[in-house]
Ligand binder design. Structure first.
Ligand SMILES: Nc1ncnc2c1ncn2[C@@H]1O[C@H](COP(=O)(O)OP(=O)(O)OP(=O)(O)O)[C@@H](O)[C@H]1O
Length: 345
């Protein structure tokens, strides 16, 4: 008989939002029945204001649900004493905590707080875990620096390390990679995947990095319009939920290629002939400028042939309304196109 694993996190008929005394409640999302398994990296995606941070804070027990329940290992999160909860769940938020005069190492060491005695004394094991967490995010050079003097991205790395040092089975991260450069974002995502898959932790990460989430997360929670669609990234792309969630943001998602573009309505059709890197970047530039890429030269108003030679570099031959133009940069190509067909667009 196949054993079904009990989810580490479950919500039942959860409604999240805000309620001030003697005011009607503001519901951000409702009827949420979510679950997370150990060993999973789950990406929480949604447009600005969809309610990702509200959900994170509610799951973490920092904000009361309007209705329903959140269960961590079967126990109601809002009934678990804070000290016990901190041994099972860690959270990285986007706000800037006032960290006084702490240095990087001391900040990460705060993650050991649920395990230390009343004096906060670190054992040898605690020190090992802190060092491991600092190294895991590549922050060795920040350990001695005062946190107040660090950049947003540097501080963010340490906040992630602090959560790792807390050694919890569930880690919640609200936009942890927002201030990081691309290589570090990719690296942190890979680290989180490794932690989930190899150490059995459950990790929920909210992000606006759609592409990275699509490629890295085991499952997505797609939040928009007061509800959440869940599934593997690929299922959510194929059933149209992914596209629908971001359409209102003016972002167009191409299901064929898995790429995003700004949803500016294309007007003039142009055909680009030629292969290679110069042709690829020409197509990207044209799409960015709002042109529609035709698949047949007969269905286009302009035909562009890209040639790329080792000796002379790329060259663009433009055939437009019975005239031909040769240019040597994409800038000149766009200007020529604009000068001759802008009145039609
Ligand atoms: N304290 C509050 N009282 C009332 N409404 C709030 C409060 N905080 C946030 N909201 C509202 O809740 C909604 C969801 O906000 P939230 O910050 O959870 O969204 P988000 O998906 O995390 O957005 P972003 O991607 O921009 O960070 C927004 O409409 C916001 O204005």
């Amino acid at each position: 008989m196949k054993r079904t694993q009990t989810p580490i996190l479950q919500t039942h008929a959860l409604a999240i939002g805000y309620k001030a005394s003697r005011q009607p409640a503001i519901t951000i999302a409702q009827d949420l029945s979510l679950h997370m398994q150990r060993g999973q990296l789950v990406g929480l995606l949604g447009p600005n204001g969809a309610g990702k941070s509200t959900l994170m804070r509610t799951i973490a027990g920092m904000q009361k649900p309007l209705q329903g329940q959140i269960l961590l290992n079967g126990a109601d999160v809002h009934q678990i004493p804070a000290h016990d909860l901190a041994q099972h769940m860690s959270i990285v938020l986007t706000d800037r905590p006032n960290l006084g005069l702490l240095n990087g190492y001391a900040l990460v060491a705060l993650g050991r707080h649920p395990y230390t005695n009343w004096m906060g004394q670190l054992s040898e094991h605690d020190e090992d875990v802190v060092r491991w967490a600092v190294e895991a995010v590549g922050a060795e050079d920040l350990a001695d620096k005062p946190v107040m003097e660090l950049s947003d991205g540097q501080r963010q790395k340490l906040m992630i390390a602090r959560a790792l040092a807390q050694e919890t089975e569930l880690i919640l991260l609200d936009e942890p990679t927002a201030y990081l450069d691309l290589p570090r974002r990719v690296e942190i995502m890979a680290l989180l995947r490794h932690l989930a898959h190899d150490t059995g932790r459950a990790i929920l990460i909210s992000t606006h990095d759609l592409d990275l989430a699509l490629r890295s997360a085991d499952r997505l929670w797609l939040m928009s319009g007061g509800t959440i669609h869940t599934g593997t990234p690929e299922d959510l792309v194929l059933n149209g939920a992914f596209e629908a969630a971001f359409q209102s943001e003016g972002i167009a998602f191409d299901r064929q290629t898995g790429t995003f573009s700004l949803g500016t309505a294309p007007h003039t059709a142009v055909y680009v002939g030629g292969d290679g890197i110069a042709a690829t970047w020409t197509r990207r530039a044209l799409e960015r400028a709002g042109y529609q890429l035709a698949t047949e030269s007969s269905a286009s108003q302009a035909i562009i042939t890209v040639t790329d030679t080792l000796t002379d570099g790329p060259c663009w031959h433009l055939h437009l309304a019975d005239e031909t133009y040769d240019v040597t940069s994409i800038d000149a190509l766009l200007n020529t196109l604009q000068a001759h067909i802008s009145s039609d667009r």
